[in-house]
Design a protein around this ligand. Structure first.
Ligand code: K7E
Ligand code: CUA
Length: 651
């Protein structure tokens, strides 16, 4: 079935198909499987050369993958609760999920973005967007923990996000789904001209990494799909694709595919800063959540904010321009020099590349082809740098190497093509299995990309793996790009559905990895820093257990007199000060997940015993030879009992 569909697509492409088949044959002959295996083999006890950070798509998380081995090292929970360590279940982490819609314990995470300095990934933080309930999260790469989530107001479907400027001055966020702004009840049929898209700039504090909403640009109601910010000469600009200039609100597969060209929207954020400083923005009342973890206590808190600074392009000349771009573009990527703006016109077989310098010239010459809602549309012929003819079908995303080559993922023809910016010629093709979305080169969106590997992030695997029922794994493929032609090395399954990924040399991240939290610095109000201080306190129906854990016991390990109807908070402090010695805690019947407490940290889980009895609790993480003995009992008499509250260890 699949190959027949393939064949039809390829036959339709004539010369392209011939080239593809030939290249495929030659490649198979040139490399043996064992050679490829040797080049991805990381011997036992040795480390991978790169960290890969893969988004989890509909699982809401980030996976950490070693490259070139493809070994999954960890899942970092971000937008979804994670039973494995109690993220989103523990009292300390719950506030991270606050939004104006209430706590939201899931999202669709698409585009991881490493913080950068001078256009190079610096290994400090990883940001990622939540698409469904618009948010951006920040992961601290010294702890691999989510430490901040900011809600993005006035935006529907935060997909073009969180792409960073060259020094992480800003992260962008925008409306994939335009909406009434401010949000209100109105007929969907009145979409055209009334719904708005918001292009948002979130400022990042250069020292702490803390995010804040800087300003938003109120745009026509197109669908703003993806983005990238400039570098070098184009560093003051960010570019967003849009695929629905028709402003269709129903059956978009037909109605948003009418126009011959959609737009890349170019926004000059320096100009925006000026206009805001000159008082040209307005404050729009809107409530949104900013959630941040206090480092010393480990407790997340929510700050509620009440207004957004909004710029109307009509009030800020020179802020926004439209670059006509063939056929419903998806990705938009900026090459390492900052001169070429490369959209992925997914319904076009030709890739039209924009020139940044020509764009500036056209702006200066006022070489406009009309306007849309007052925003100038630049003359297409004046800004085009070149076109890649007979590129492929369904170009989506681009990454770059350091030698002037572009790697484009092509969804429909299921391949990566390599082409040159010098003459816009395709020089190599690599079939991928199957239906690639994003692709990633470590540093492939930086000023100096690595020339190591390209990772294909594929949507469909069909026959490539052992079947697992109706749902099959998504998968990645690792391809060597160090030579003239691409060489396929490895298939590996992924968790969730990775959209974008980021890769970075391990030595920019690994040396900063934290091993423990210093117990002395723990400012958690319910921390218990020595076994001498453990206790159980009752306050009406609420009971606080101040507990410690150390190999291989909890203190206390016998508790009596917590009653049916009480609400119990177990505050467990892990006294260990050794790397890789978390303890877990769970008690029978608790509705939350276990909590996994890192050395020096305190975590809290809530428990509401429903019936009289004696209930065990235990450590859930195999921590020592006597891990199995790391257990205790809590006696729960009926609500009206007069059993006194008591606690003990070793009596
Ligand atoms: Cu192409 Cu979210 Cu970047 Cu998926 S998006 S593929
Ligand atoms: Cu502590 Cu197992």
């Amino acid at each position: 079935m699949r190959s027949r569909r393939w064949l039809l697509v390829l036959l339709g492409l004539g010369a392209l198909a011939a080239g593809l088949v030939l290249a495929q044959g030659a490649r198979t002959a040139s490399r043996t499987a064992s050679d490829a295996a040797a080049r991805t083999f990381v011997p036992p006890g040795q480390h991978d050369e790169y960290y890969g950070f893969f988004s989890g798509g509909f699982n809401g998380q980030v996976s950490v993958v070693g490259l070139p081995s493809g070994r999954t090292l960890r899942v970092i929970p971000v937008f979804s609760q994670h039973a494995e360590n109690g993220y989103g279940y523990s009292e300390e982490t719950k506030a991270l999920f606050n939004t104006s819609h209430g706590p939201v314990y899931w999202d669709d995470s698409h585009h991881p973005q490493l913080s950068r300095t001078n256009g190079q990934s610096d290994g400090r933080w990883l940001f990622i967007n939540g698409n469904n309930t618009p948010r951006i999260a920040r992961i601290d790469l010294s702890t691999f923990e989510t430490v901040e989530i900011i809600e993005i107001p006035n935006v529907g479907g935060n997909h073009p996000s969180p792409f960073a400027t060259a020094n992480t001055e800003y992260l962008v966020a925008g409306s994939r789904f335009s909406q009434p702004v401010p949000q209100r009840d109105m007929p969907v049929a009145d979409y055209k001209g009334n719904f708005k898209g918001m292009l948002t700039f979130v400022a990042v504090d250069p020292d702490s990494g803390e995010m804040s909403l800087a300003f938003q640009v109120m745009m026509p109601g197109f669908d703003y799909d993806l983005a990238h910010c400039g570098k070098g000469p184009s560093a003051d600009w960010c570019f967003f694709t849009s695929y629905n200039v028709e402003e269709a609100h129903t059956l978009l597969e037909v109605n948003a595919s009418q126009a011959d060209k959609d737009f890349v929207t170019a926004v000059n954020w320096r100009r925006a800063e000026q206009c805001v400083a000159e008082g040209k923005a307005t404050e729009l009342p809107v409530r949104y959540a900013h959630n941040i973890v206090d480092e010393a206590s480990g407790i997340a808190r929510t700050e509620w904010l009440e207004s957004a600074t909004v710029l109307d392009p009509a009030d800020c000349e020179g802020l926004v321009y439209f670059l006509p771009t063939p056929k419903s573009p998806h990705g938009v990527d900026v090459d390492p020099t900052g001169e070429y703006i490369v959209p992925g016109g997914k319904l076009s077989a030709t890739i039209a590349v924009h020139s940044f310098s020509k764009m500036l010239q056209a702006i200066e010459n006022r070489d406009f082809d009309g306007d849309a809602y007052g925003i100038p549309i630049l003359n297409f012929d004046a800004i085009v740098a070149g076109q890649v003819e007979r590129a492929c079908l369904g170009p989506l995303h681009n990454e770059f190497d350091s030698k002037g080559n572009v790697y484009t993922s092509c969804f429909i023809t299921s391949e990566i093509i390599k082409w040159r910016l010098s003459d816009f010629q395709v020089v190599d093709r690599m079939p991928v299995y199957y239906s690639i979305g994003h692709l990633m080169i470590p540093g492939g969106d930086n000023v100096k990309p690595s020339d190591s590997y390209v990772v294909a992030l594929n949507k469909i695997t069909k026959d490539r793996y052992l079947p697992t029922g109706p749902e099959l794994t998504q998968s990645a493929q690792l391809i060597d790009i160090s030579g003239n032609t691409m060489e396929m090395l490895l298939d590996f399954p992924t968790l969730g559905e990775p959209h974008y990924a980021q890769g970075i040399a391990a030595d920019l991240v690994a040396p900063n990895s934290k091993q423990i939290y210093a117990l002395a610095d723990n400012t958690h109000p319910y921390a218990t820093k020595s076994e001498a201080d453990v206790r159980v306190e009752r306050d009406g129906d609420v009971v606080h257990v101040y507990m410690t854990s150390i190999r291989s016991h909890f203190a206390p390990d016998v508790i009596e007199g917590i009653k049916v109807g009480d609400t119990v908070y177990w505050h467990v402090t892990n006294l260990e000060q050794d790397w890789d010695v978390p303890h877990g805690f769970a008690v029978q019947g608790m509705e939350a997940a276990n909590i996994l407490i890192m050395p020096g940290r305190t975590l809290t889980v809530k428990w509401e015993p429903k019936a009289p009895g004696v209930y065990p609790f235990y450590c859930t993480d195999f921590c020592s030879a006597l891990h199995q003995e790391m257990q205790g009992y809590v006696r729960v008499p009926p609500a009206d009992s007069d059993v006194a509250l008591s606690w003990s260890l070793g009596q």
